[in-house]
Write a protein that binds this ligand. Structure first.
Ligand code: FES
Length: 453
């Protein structure tokens, strides 16, 4: 249970392996950072990259300051370009401010010394800028949240129907008079008791990835996607700020080879060692320490972290140069995604042909295509239960990355492409947070039962 909770929230697990010293865990909510990607150049040095992100944020602030200053010569225009916003803090105290149109509520809060954290500075890598719009009319005037914002909102503490991320709410004239409540707490692992549980088992807690690297010889992360992996390495207080000669970084996220290669380049440029090590297996194998680990990169680091891999997995493979682990994982997940679609179609076809789908499961389990995935997921799929072990949105992301690898290598993959479309359809129907087996529901919808004559 613990392992699954940790992986669900994309928590960074950073473990010191040497000398039996305590494990350290980053408390910061680092996760996806899609905005960050737009600043990421194909070739860069890692220090300038970090500065680039900060520079972009500074530029935004500066831009707003400039607008405000130039408007000061014209009171009428200035009044017109600012809206009234009320923040209601954790104690119910109201703070009334004026916010220039175009400015985010996070920036406005910071400029007015209002206690709204915003740990990732608006790069959609945390949920610490969570605000609650107090009036539904105002909530309905906001742009719909993007997928990235929704992903982060899922992690917010005390989520409500009118929750938004303050860094994504931009002042505009229609929002004049909006009232925003600041939740009693932002989500961090201490709030949810994650850290408490870990600390009880001997862990110690650090506030940021950089703080963990500073303290530990080896740091291990397992994150949701490429932008999350980038954010933890290149973002503020990220891995790069403390990695140096003698320290190793192991990224167990499922990402594309290009992402791993860029991270490897940045880590090694600072003298550190890097290993990519995505895993095959989701919730149950993780709980049972039965993952399959697909490592590539620095061989010496691989050999040093084998004791940790042996706790998490039943088998580790060393696959050579960085990128090979990522490619192997994508191939495995591409096959898995295609299989679950074929399996779904078989279950639907059996049912509509007058056969008992549960008997089909028994037949499959005794034949040459018997496998743990059909055995595990078949019964719950028939019941229409798709409790997330591996969220469908992540499976679709892996299909997308695998198809991109197919493009690069001129590999025709019509089966995977069709499976990807089914996963996309499932996401569009709001099934992205369910288990990837929920694609079964799409097959049912796409193939309505024949009309009786
Ligand atoms: S400040 Fe991190 S998502 Fe808004």
């Amino acid at each position: 249970m613990f392992a699954s909770r940790v992986s669900r929230i994309g928590v960074l697990i950073l473990k010191q392996l040497s000398g039996g010293k305590p494990t350290s865990i980053s408390r910061a909510g680092y996760n996806t950072s899609s905005c960050y990607n737009q600043y990421l150049q194909p070739l860069f040095d890692q220090q300038s990259e970090t500065k680039l992100l900060r520079g972009a944020i500074f530029h935004k602030h500066h831009l707003f300051s400039t607008v405000s200053a130039s408007d000061s010569s014209n009171e009428g225009i200035e009044q017109k370009e600012k809206i009234s916003v009320t923040f209601v803090d954790k104690d119910g105290e109201e703070i009334h401010i004026k916010v220039p149109t175009g400015m985010s509520m996070l920036e406005a809060a910071h400029e007015n010394d209002i206690d709204l954290e915003g740990a990732c500075e608006g790069s959609l890598a945390c949920s610490t800028c969570h605000v609650i719009v107090m009036d539904m009319d105002y909530y309905n005037k906001l742009e719909d949240p993007t997928d990235e914002e929704n992903d982060m909102l899922d992690l917010a503490f005390g989520l409500t129907e009118t929750s938004r991320l303050g860094c994504q709410v931009i002042a505009k004239p229609e929002l004049d008079g909006i009232r925003l409540a600041i939740p009693a707490a932002t989500r961090n692992f201490a709030v949810d008791g994650y850290c408490d549980e870990l600390v009880e088992h001997g862990a110690s807690v650090a506030e940021t990835p950089a703080a963990v690297v500073k303290k530990c010889k080896y740091t291990i992360s397992m994150l949701s996607d490429p932008s999350a992996a980038f954010s933890v390495v290149f973002g503020k207080d990220g891995i790069l700020e403390q990695i140096c000669a003698g320290k190793g970084y192991v990224d167990m996220s499922t990402v594309d080879a290009d992402t791993s290669t860029k991270i490897n380049k940045a880590i090694t440029a600072k003298g550190g060692y890097f290993l990519e090590a995505p895993v095959s297996g989701s919730k149950k194998p993780a709980e049972d320490g039965q993952l399959v680990i697909l490592a590539a990169g620095e061989k010496a680091l691989y050999e040093e972290v084998i004791p940790a891999f042996n706790v998490m997995g039943k088998k580790s493979f060393y696959l050579g140069q960085v990128g090979n682990g990522a490619k192997m994982k994508l191939v495995v997940n591409m096959i898995m995604g295609s299989m679950i679609n074929a399996f779904s179609e078989g279950l639907v076809l059996a049912g509509r042909s007058g056969l008992d789908p549960s008997v089909l499961l028994d037949v499959l389990d005794l034949g040459g295509i018997a496998n743990p995935m059909f055995r595990l997921k078949g019964p719950t799929m028939i019941q229409g239960s798709h409790s997330p072990a591996f969220p469908l949105k992540h499976q679709q992301k892996d299909m997308r990355l695998a198809l991109a690898l197919g493009d690069e290598t001129a590999t025709s993959m019509p089966v995977a492409a069709a499976a990807n479309e089914a996963f996309k359809k499932a996401r569009s129907m709001g099934l992205g947070d369910l288990d990837f087996s929920a694609v079964y529901e799409i097959v049912k919808v796409l193939e309505p039962p024949p009309q009786k004559s």
